[in-house]
Write a protein that binds this ligand. Sequence first.
Ligand code: ADP
Ligand code: MG
Length: 595
Amino acid sequence: MDLFRMLGGGARFDKRRFKDDIEVFQPKATDTGLNADAEAALTTELDFFKNKTHDSKKSKPVKKAQKKAKQEKGSGSDSDGDVASEDENESGDRNEDKDSDEDSDEESEEEGEEEEPTGFANTEQLAVFRNHMKIRVYGTDVPNPFRSFEGLAKQYQLEPYLQHNILEAGFKKPTPIQMQAIPVVLHGRDLMAMAPTGSGKTMAFVLPILHDLKGPEKAGYRALIISPTRELATQIFNQIKKLSIGRKFKICMLTKATAATQGQAPHLRQKYDILISTPLRLVHAIQQEKMELDRVRHLILDEADKLLEQGFLEQTDEIFAACSHPSLQKSLFSATLPSGVEALANTFMRSPIRIVIGSKNAATETIDQKLVYCGSEEGKLIAIRQLIQRGGLKPPVLIFVQSIERAKELFHELIYDGINVDVIHSERTKAQRDKIVEGFRQGKVWVLIATELMARGVDFKGVNLVVNYDFPQTVQSYIHRIGRTGRAGRKGEAVTYFTNDDQTYLKSIVNVMRESGCEVPDWMLAMKKPSKNEKSNLRKKPLQRATINTMSSYDKKKIAHKRDMVANSKKRKAGVSQDHSAKAKRGKGESKEAS
Ligand code: ADP
Ligand code: MG
């Protein structure tokens, strides 16, 4: 645009027509808005808006807009109850037009009318801001985003304890999904939110719920959060705990143990305000009439597309049926929301607002994604061994495989490669799973081999590398798996191995890579897309793969011997304390024994 401006009058650049080219040349603000570049960009942006807002003090309809929003909150639904089509969206394409008006420096006639409480002087500023933050919104009467936590606090009279806890958590600036989703929830609207992995979606639903609940009431559950896995549920529980310090909310995470308590003493559940659960456990409790959810006002599905997939759908349905409050507010959050799922969601949401941060179905931009051709299954094992030998496995590393069986197989291979590796899947006990996750968080486990169980939601801050040892079965799985790295604006790396058998499906991943700004060789771009049928088959069932095992019988004997040694050394270690000085002593002890 600067170039065109320099060219002077007469030269106009059709932004809509050259949308793709613009994207190539535009500086990339990260989706999380958290890394240095984005923060700098945001600061500049905020300064710009501050000045602008200051200049134009035409506003008085602020109150009008607030009133309108309140009315809407009361009614809980829009006039027609329909979801806006992409044509009706507030920003999206229309932003492009607004952008081109930017050049003319003309002030819009109606700007005064559009000035809303968040301090945007006019719709143009709002559109530019959303564009810059890569926020796209679809739906009617979408509340404005906020730009700083201070602004949010002022505008919505955020409880001081919440403000304090945000600061304590070290969150200086909101991420784009937080900027837009929090006001939507605070306005009582149903929401479908799609934002990249690691971009702070949890806080985007926790904060407005806490605000809305005000304080503990001891009158039964008022908010319900569903997560597909127990690991993620625990994480959400911890996040709520952290953000609610200072208010004695009673939060229940439904586990085997708590489910039992709830059954024995129904009066106990009256004490709780918030419930977090996996679907199966909750349905079980509902069926046994141990759970009353008729006071629930907020229902959140985290990793919503997973919860609306076949397999989970029946359970989710049952939960919906149990949440019978007439003004139940539903929010869906995920990094991926395939259109089929979106259509399904539309059937049970009331005039929802849809938020998309970044491109739809793209991965987080701070992740460097690579595809590695390994030819065969054997080639994959060689590739990972080479990676280890080259020192390319900088811990912590997550390795994804397609089945429990293969997780075990790979574990039994890598355990002899001198790395500190563990394996997690649903056949391990809950206690084991908790311990492994904890060990991985604390750096005791360097390389964690995992199944799809760990693909979604779990926030390991420092994961450097995700290896898709087995090619993922869906694009969504790919995005979530690699999303375990590059979280909260950090950099991360993702490597996906593929063999001759995987080639049919490669193009889907290539598209994600391109969408998220990674370099992809031309030949890959020229590849054929998998057909609908092929995609659906792979979704249902993973490819059959040769066992992960490259060893000769000689190797196996050698390894069996090594295994015994490892087992013995483990036994010895078990007796020694865990701290560093003890470790040093243990090292000496071992060498003595060896000698
Ligand atoms: P998502 O659900 O989008 O995958 P999470 O909610 O798990 O992401 O958040 C990823 C990480 O970002 C967490 O460690 C969280 O504490 C951190 N985070 C969330 N919001 C902010 C913020 N505004 N500023 C800095 N870090 C944040
Ligand atoms: Mg999440």
